[in-house]
Design a protein around this ligand. Sequence first.
Ligand SMILES: NC(=O)CCC(=O)C(=O)O
Length: 306
Amino acid sequence: MANILTPPPFKAFTLALIQLGKIGANKQENLHHARKMILQAARGEGSSKKPDIIVLPECFNSPYGHVHFPVYAEKIGYTPGSPYNVAKSTSESVKMLSAAAKEVKAWLIGGSIPERDVEDDDKVYNTCTVYNPEGDLVAMHRKVHLFDIDIPGKIKFKESETLTGGTTTNFFDTDFARIGLGICYDVRFPELAMIAARKGCHVLIYPGAFNMTTGPLHWELLQRSRAVDNQVFFSMCSPARDLSAGYHAWGHSMVVDPMAKVLKEAQDGEEIIYVDIDPKVFHEARAGIPVTLQRRFDVYADVSQQ
Ligand SMILES: NC(=O)CCC(=O)C(=O)O
């Protein structure tokens, strides 16, 4: 179990984002393709180094849409902090992700999948699972804020038709950083990122899938905002755009540094991007603009304490 008071020392590492394409109706094919891309990302072709951590996008094993979530949902039954036996899991996605992380000996943020509650069949979550290089499932995040929007003439989407929101904030420790988790629409709620940063996270990674309406407006703005207001690295990993799918993802997976500079950005097709994360930028941002030391908790409450 991670110790809240002592994050690991922040060391340089390489991050790979898989902007996954070919996410269709056939779950087996989705899993097969995701695995192939994880192995490809792990080879680090075109990067200066092999990645230490690999990230998949939101909803990588199923088409994205509220009607699909219950159909593709799998039971995981993981409780953070408790031992979990992947071999006994009934989730084929968890088994694939665990085996892939072990095979490539890298950390893996397994995008998200629809997850059915083990005890309550009526509850389905949008869930991100995380694996260490030994293939152990070590962390999980259930999307807290469900994507329910209605912009007339543009986009209407209601995750809450079939999904239940998560109730916890989540992070995990590696040997190189403390990493906070969120999923897509969670980025619009600064509280989640702020709590993670106040709990010592150096990097926040959110699998996501913005769309053709809100993507051009807010995808970059929100990531740069969360990065600069918390002085952390911030990254979102999207599926590739597929105009034959029911939901047209914006793509543009990216990594932003603590000064809000976009370090790397994908286009809209299938692509793997690699970014070397340098803790120097993190420390320089915090030393030069010391907002982390200037907070006025005498004037407003420290939300991380709630
Ligand atoms: N998958 C999502 O949560 C989409 C969020 C989104 O597009 C937004 O504008 O917010």
